[in-house]
Design a protein around this ligand. Structure first.
Ligand code: PLP
Length: 484
């Protein structure tokens, strides 16, 4: 049986490569801040925003990009958004408060929290931040808050239930789009006088380009209908879910899936912990299911994705892009993950090595499964081992990486990993491109372990040292220092 491990080589930005070539500096950071740490850099963030803005400028569509902050909690990206001039999509009171404190223009903020409290709404409405409403109870609460403040609340209406070639899209969020004209009429009848309708909002699960095109066309149709009834739509917000590409090579991606299927069928050595099928499984000696992970390799990331959405055509053959441009309606979008492409990595220290009863090597890292957690079945990128001393000529070696929680399932990556040399205690492991969701979204403090520190790297002209890094909580101080 073959036992070569399929590789999944990540795309890695130059700044990350540069830091990895300076192991002493990285090791000092681990000594100072503990393991693991998340290291961020904001240059790529601004480029990623500009990439999307360029597509919309070329299509002559008025636009506002709003960074979906829930994908990464660092303040550095809020400041970068403000400096770049784009907006931020906030999903909690604290996210919103921090954006206001950072000086982001309230006109460029939007509140899309799934559950909205009175105090959250007082903050948003008081600053005239656009609020996206999800249900009628929320509309009444917003109206009551706005009445109390003696102002009008600026509202987007979250809609769902779009018709597509695969049927009506269900979502637990928002109003069925068919009900919106009645909803707006009812506001007047119910005496909700403090609500100003400004636009439509949706966010689709998954990564379908045609579905987003269809949703935009149906939103444009609804905006037309509302106009007849006297309600002007200033913006349509297409939410996030623009793809990003993590991997270098298509053939590795295909090969990995081939080998995974073979392993699940028992035709080769397992390539995942406990032969986890990551979505594939054997039922009555037949292989069933499909890969249940993010499409880590894809050929339509970010700007290609957006361009393709704009190319979707209506029944008369007119494209979404030209219909939007002709309508004069502003296209808002709220990408999270794809703006964080190449903006951060996670660094952890090797604590132990041992062989388990199956004969597999388990490498224990000073981190836990919540500090790099994919909402899909696994994070399918090869990590990099940075040896602290001259590596022995004892590789390659196949290992699993395990974490600090008392759970059998605290295995950091389900995949078996091939390392070029056998790791020593104190060596470092780098997980690339974790800034979008992986490092923050699921992190927990079980066992009372501290949360990982977030460090910002700022490039400088002097040779690399600790001076090029600061803790994210000090983001504001560093900006002011930079301005002095
Ligand atoms: C999560 C979310 C986003 C961001 O999605 P990405 O996949 O990170 O681009 C945008 N808008 C809403 C309402 C969301 O819930």
């Amino acid at each position: 049986m073959t036992n070569t491990i399929p590789l999944l080589t990540p795309r890695v930005a130059n700044w990350m490569k540069f830091l990895c070539l300076n192991p002493n500096v990285l090791s000092d950071l681990l000594s100072e801040y503990g393991s693991p740490i998340n290291i961020h850099h904001t240059d790529e963030f601004k480029q990623n925003i500009k990439e999307l803005e360029d597509v919309l400028d070329q299509a002559e569509i008025p636009h506002l990009v709003q960074f979906a902050r829930k994908a990464n909690k660092c303040k550095a990206f809020v400041h970068a958004s403000r400096i770049h001039g784009c907006g931020v999509d906030t999903a909690s009171e604290r996210e919103l408060q921090e954006c206001l404190d950072a000086g982001v223009d309230p006109q460029k903020l939007i509140l899309t929290a799934a559950v909205k409290t009175r105090s959250m709404l007082e903050l948003a409405v008081g600053h005239q931040v656009m609020v996206v409403v999800d249900n009628e109870d929320e509309c009444r609460l917003v109206n009551s808050v706005a009445a109390g403040l003696q102002i009008n609340a600026q509202l987007g209406i979250r809609i769902s239930g779009f018709e597509t070639d695969t049927g009506k899209l269900y979502s637990r969020f928002g109003f069925d789009l068919k009900t919106v004209p009645d909803l707006l009429e009812n506001w007047t009848q119910e005496g909700l006088q403090h609500l100003s309708y400004r636009g439509l909002h949706f966010h689709l699960n998954g990564y379908s380009i045609p579905h987003r095109g269809q949703a935009l066309l149906q939103s444009l149709g609804l905006a037309e209908e509302l106009k007849q009834a006297g309600f002007v739509t200033d913006f349509i917000d297409m939410g996030g879910g623009l793809l990003m590409n993590y991997l270098k090579k298509a053939e590795q991606w295909l090969n990995f899936q081939r080998e995974l299927k073979k392993a699940v069928k028992g035709e080769r050595e397992p390539i995942t912990f406990g032969n986890n099928g990551l979505g594939f499984q054997m039922v009555n000696e037949q292989l069933h299911g499909s890969l249940n992970t993010y499409p880590y390799f894809n050929t339509t990331p970010r700007k290609t994705f957006l361009s393709r959405v704009l190319e979707v055509q209506d029944e008369a053959g007119e494209s979404v892009g030209s219909r939007l441009a002709a309508s004069g309606i502003t296209l808002r979008l709220e990408p999270g993950r794809c703006l964080l492409d190449q903006c951060g990595f996670t660094l952890a220290r090797v604590a132990s090595r041992k062989r388990d009863a199956r004969g597999d090597w388990l490498i224990g890292l000073e981190m836990n499964m919540t500090q790099m957690h994919s909402s899909s079945a696994d994070f399918l990128l090869d990590p990099l081992l940075i040896p602290r001393t001259e590596p022995q000529e004892d590789g390659p070696v196949q290992v699993y990486l395990t974490g600090a929680y008392c759970l059998e399932r605290d295995v950091l990556l389900q995949r078996k990993i091939c390392l070029p040399s056998f790791p020593e205690v104190g060596d470092m492991m780098v997980f690339f491109n974790t800034a979008g969701y992986m490092m923050h979204f699921f992190e927990s403090e079980a066992h009372l372990f501290d949360l990982a520190k977030n460090i910002i790297y700022r490039a400088g002209t002097s040779s690399l040292s600790g001076d090029h890094f600061y803790a994210d909580e000090n983001s504001m101080d560093f900006l002011f220092q930079a301005q002095e």
